[in-house]
Ligand binder design. Structure first.
Ligand code: GLC
Length: 599
């Protein structure tokens, strides 16, 4: 090789190494985050002082939005700082609450939409120094996390800042907010970002040591370039820090989901469900709609079974104490995790097509974990579609052996299981678990996730499957979805279609679909709301079902169902301005699954 060629190759190698490095620094290692599966969110700010009330009246909506919902001028709102005492602020207790529950990371609101900083900022005087508290609570929390080996995440609202005129979201702003008429307020988002948001993110990333996760929120009308600036600052200062999906434009290290949004099928992308324990993130003294501890635990398990993380929120009071129901929930999860966390940490999604009627499945290499929410019919579990022979079945918590039947994909569960405590059965196979991708009947239901169907695009654009596994852009003419299923018990079945809508919208009145089930055609059927599931996401993404008719399968075999939309229907907007607009443009029916229920 002559010198010229040698130099050329050398140059190429250097370039390749350089690219590699650049790429590495662009994408942080997600391993700790994937292994963790479980985090704890903390919403704490001046809104915690208001506690959901203004002028003695309860204000509807999520608590941390109270300034907006109650139309409180900045000059009044800032007075709350005097009562933000932190008198019972013991960050180590928060950290221990998370840790004993099994959460591996904490995300804390350093600045929410109200604009108030929970640390002393050089960029703004609307910060912790206005309160009676004399230290830096953020520093104390970070130290407590480090001490107990909990990863540190900072929430920073990067688009909204109700304190700053330049950041004003004008069309939604009310008169009097800034002490002058709306017409005199001149927003300048670039300037806000340059002067406040980015410098504050720099403070957060340079003053507190290693930060593991930067959690941005409500990108709203940011441009791609603006979102990218918030990514770049993290990459520059802390290349190992993970960035959440709400930074905007899919630029985060994992994808975004709406608040309390649970994927309705297995997902192949890194995602995180963030969830409330009642109906608010920031403390509201009169929100007593606490979800049951078992239901919150089941959300964690269900998220793992979909292959995503779960981060549950606590909203401490202004003095720093945590509402008792939140403590009880975290303790309940902790007790369960101490015996069963093996089925959560580092576990991956349910390899079967859908949840089972009795509960959720997670997996890890040669192992399956079955989480039982209720007694299986006849105490019997049959894993149709299981291709890998099972070697051993045992109760995870005690190691007690369960007897496997001959065909080895079915077994009987003991009579004495406590389903309130969600027992886990661990199945070990000789080989990495293999499952057929068909849809089978379990107990009396054939449940078919629409997300796993095959899409045929239509003339009017293409329907697709969104991050959360539900359909998007499903209108007349945008396409059809086909799904296969196995009938092993001939007879008459109810045909039930499950849809969900974002919580700011009502059920779509007059929506029409066409379903072909084998040779039976349900043509232009108007979807009636026949019922709504009572579950933890009912207040955010209510899941309703519509019975479309009945179908008779006269013999066993593979069948196909094909779904298309004739009319989207009309829905009314519910809720208040601004409450979670992550999915604002998603104004079509979200199909979750189709069930055939044996009569
Ligand atoms: C929403 C809300 C916000 C809350 C957040 C939590 O986007 O605007 O108040 O902090 O969700 O996920």
């Amino acid at each position: 090789m002559n010198l010229k060629n040698y130099l050329k190759i050398l140059l190429l190698c250097c370039m390749l190494c350089g690219c590699n490095k650049a790429r590495q620094s662009e994408a942080p290692d997600m391993e700790w985050w994937r292994e963790a599966r479980f985090g704890m969110f903390i919403h704490w700010g001046l809104y915690s002082v208001a506690a959901g009330q203004w002028d003695g009246k309860d204000i509807d909506g999520i608590g941390e939005w109270i300034q907006n919902f109650a139309k409180i001028p900045n000059s009044d709102y800032e007075k709350l700082a005097a009562d933000f005492t932190l008198a019972n602020y013991h960050p180590e207790e928060w950290v221990m609450l998370a840790k004993q529950a099994g959460a591996r990371y904490i995300v804390f609101t350093t600045k929410h939409h109200e604009g108030f900083c929970l640390y002393p900022s050089d960029v703004s005087d609307f910060d912790i120094e206005r309160t009676p508290y004399k230290n830096d609570p953020l520093k104390e929390l970070v130290e407590a996390c480090r001490k107990h080996d909990i990863k540190v995440g900072f929430y920073y609202s990067h688009r909204q800042d109700w304190r700053e005129e330049e950041a004003a979201v004008m069309k939604n702003e009310y008169d009097g907010h800034y002490g002058k008429p709306k017409s005199e307020v001149k927003p300048d988002l670039d300037s806000y970002i340059r002067k406040k948001a980015l410098p504050q993110v720099r403070e957060l990333l340079t003053r507190y040591g290693k930060i593991d996760l930067l959690w941005y929120d409500t990108p709203f009308d940011l441009t791609k370039e603006q979102s990218r600036m918030f990514v770049d600052v993290v990459r520059e200062l802390q290349p190992e820090c993970i960035i959440n999906g709400r930074v905007g434009f899919d630029l985060g290290d994992y994808g975004p989901l709406g608040d309390n949004e649970m994927p309705c099928a297995r997902v192949s992308k890194d995602l995180e469900m963030v969830a409330t324990m009642n109906h608010t993130w920031g403390y509201k003294k009169n929100d007593h709609a606490w979800k049951a501890p078992k239901d919150i635990l089941c959300s964690l398990i269900e998220c793992t079974s979909r292959g995503i993380n779960y981060m549950v929120n606590i909203g401490p009071k202004a003095d720093g104490s945590v509402p008792q129901p939140s403590v009880d929930i975290m303790n309940f999860i902790g007790e369960w995790m101490r015996a069963n966390s093996e089925s959560i940490y580092g576990a991956t999604a349910n390899p079967f097509n859908d949840n089972f009627p009795w509960g959720y499945v997670t997996s890890k290499g040669n192992t399956l974990y079955l989480h039982l929410l209720r007694r299986p019919v006849d105490n019997r579990i049959i894993l149709k579609g299981m291709l890998s022979p099972i070697e051993r079945a045992e109760l995870l918590a005690s190691g007690r052996n369960l007897f496997l039947s001959e065909e080895s994909c079915s077994f009987t569960v003991p009579d004495d299981l406590d389903y309130e405590r969600v027992p886990v059965i661990k199945l070990t196979c000789k080989e990495p678990v293999r499952i057929s991708d068909a849809n089978y009947m379990n107990e009396n239901i054939i449940s078919i996730p629409v997300a796993n169907g095959k899409i045929t695009p239509g003339a009017e654009g293409t329907l697709s499957i969104a991050e959360g596994g539900n359909t998007q852009n499903f209108h007349a003419g945008t396409g059809k979805i086909r799904m296969k299923f196995e009938v092993d018990s001939p007879g008459k079945y109810t045909v039930r279609v499950f849809t969900s809508r974002h919580w700011r919208r009502s059920f779509a009145e007059g929506a029409q679909i066409t379903l072909k089930v084998g040779d039976t055609l349900f043509d232009s059927v108007v979807l009636e709301k026949n019922g709504e599931l009572e579950n933890v996401r009912q207040n955010s993404y209510p899941e309703s079902w519509s019975d479309v008719g009945t179908v008779t399968f006269d013999k066993e075999g593979t069948r196909e169902v094909e779904l298309s939309v004739n009319k989207t229907g009309t829905f009314s907007k519910l809720g208040f301005f601004g409450e979670d607009i992550q999915n604002e443009s998603d104004n079509n029916i979200r199909f979750l699954r189709i069930e055939f229920i044996r009569q």
